[in-house]
Design a protein around this ligand. Structure first.
Ligand SMILES: *Cc1c(COP(=O)(O)O)cnc(C)c1O
Length: 427
């Protein structure tokens, strides 16, 4: 697989290099030089999840890894299901929260851990990532206990749920968590600053496991196929996906799946009031506002890091961004959506409910809608219990960690203490 840097197209790398360096020169994102269609979509859709996902990833990655190697990695990474559940006649939920940290980030993080383990055999690696909640948990769990790989996760202090914090700030071992006194964008800026420090990057073997890492996006391509594969044959032709979006990695993965030939009629980009993209799609003006805290906090992002990839994909395929559906919900509308969905017999948390509401308001006749449920409702228990009539039960993965002490460090939004920490954990 060849990839180029969107900002400096002369920088071209292999898949292994892209996974290991994460970001390119000038903080440019890597994008595949080619996205050739899969020849046998119908056949693939009839295969089981692991076989199909291995074939898709092998097609994308090419001969850098054998099919047998990819299959083993897929088996280790995708060790849980991605089922669809019908909510109404033509609307289904794609449940991406059955992994160890109860959110879709498990798919990408676990596949990335498999890739890094393979590509960096023996070398020291320090993963540095910023999270608005779910990435951090997924990354910490995916790499927990892997030799030679240290993980440092930054998150905005007080802006993620208590349960989320319990899930990944109680691990210890090779995992260090840092609560930063600021918002997610500030955490992301600190990560960027660390990557800009070339000496530091070399010294500690810095790698970002953020949703900018191409291995994570490729892993996420697979569950779009899995969703369509679960539909009856006659429902597969007019599929509309609604994607709750923050950094827009999930939507990028969906667009890649479509580029490979997955029949998708349309995508809807659904956000909370951190709505830089919906406003941009409406009027063509890119005007990020300061980030605002919402009920759907994993989408509290006003400068989505994967957006340049979406622009690039539309550009190289001569397509217009006007193909994308879009919409944003306030917290009040999000609560209404959760209640409306509950009345249809489906319990959802804020992110999934936003995607559902945008889907049903934009779905046309004879279309089959699928909205992505990106987290388990229990992950947002305090929010969900305050809105729905019945409390959600904690699944085992959470219940086991609830009484463990938090091991986080508390830092101001400054580079110096972070740099010191990175050198300490890697040494
Ligand atoms: C990360 C996350 C999102 C946003 O996904 P992006 O790929 O960043 O757009 C949505 N919902 C949940 C629960 C998440 O954790």
């Amino acid at each position: 697989m060849k990839l180029y840097n969107i900002k400096c197209p002369e920088q071209q790398v292999s898949f292994a290099e892209a996974v290991q360096i994460g970001l390119g020169k000038n903080q440019g994102l890597f994008f595949p030089s080619e996205l050739t269609k899969l020849a046998n979509i119908d056949e693939l859709l009839n295969q089981d999840y692991v076989t199909r996902s291995s074939a898709i990833l092998h097609h994308l990655i090419g001969d850098e890894l054998s099919l047998a190697e990819v299959t083993e990695m897929v088996r280790n990474a995708f060790s849980f299901a991605a089922p669809i559940t019908n909510v109404s006649d033509n609307v289904a939920a794609l449940e991406l929260f059955h992994g160890p940290t109860l959110a879709f980030k498990d798919f990408g993080a676990r596949f990335m851990a498999q890739c890094l383990k393979r590509f960096s055999a023996g070398q020291a690696v320090t993963i540095l990532t910023a999270t608005s909640g779910d990435t951090g948990a997924a990354v910490a769990h995916a790499f927990y206990g892997i030799e030679n790989i240290k993980v440092v996760v930054l998150y905005p202090e007080g802006k993620i749920s208590e349960l989320q914090e319990k899930l990944f700030c109680t691990l210890g071992k090779n995992i260090t968590t840092v609560a930063v006194k600021s918002d997610f964008d500030a955490c992301q800026a600190l990560v960027k600053q660390a990557f800009d420090d070339e000496a530091l990057r070399e010294q500690v073997g810095l790698n970002s496991a953020n949703s900018i890492n191409i291995s994570r996006l490729l892993a996420q391509v697979c569950y779009y196929f899995e969703a369509v594969a679960q539909l009856a044959q006659e429902k597969r032709q007019n599929v509309v996906f609604s994607v709750p979006s923050g950094n827009f990695g999930d939507l990028t993965a969906g667009l890649i799946a479509q580029s490979l030939g997955l029949p998708v009629k349309r995508f809807i980009a659904a956000t909370n009031i951190n709505d830089t993209v919906p406003r941009y799609l409406a009027d063509g003006q890119w005007l990020p506002h300061p980030t605002v805290a919402t009920l759907s906090n994993a989408m509290d992002v006003s400068q989505p890091s994967n957006w340049p990839r979406i622009e690039e994909l539309f550009k190289v395929q001569n397509r217009s961004l006007s193909e994308l559906g879009f919409g944003a919900l306030t917290d009040e509308q999000t609560q209404e959506a959760m209640l409306a969905l509950y009345q249809q017999g489906y319990v959802s948390e804020p992110h999934g409910a936003i995607a559902w509401q945008q889907l049903v308001s934009q779905l046309r006749e004879a279309e089959q809608g699928i909205f992505l449920c990106t987290a388990h409702p229990a992950k947002f228990k305090s929010v969900v219990d305050g809105i729905l009539p019945k409390p959600v039960e904690l699944p085992d993965a959470l219940a086991q960690r609830i009484d463990l002490p938090l091991l986080s460090k508390y830092f101001p939004a400054e580079f110096a203490p972070l740099k010191e920490l990175l050198m300490a954990v890697s040494g």
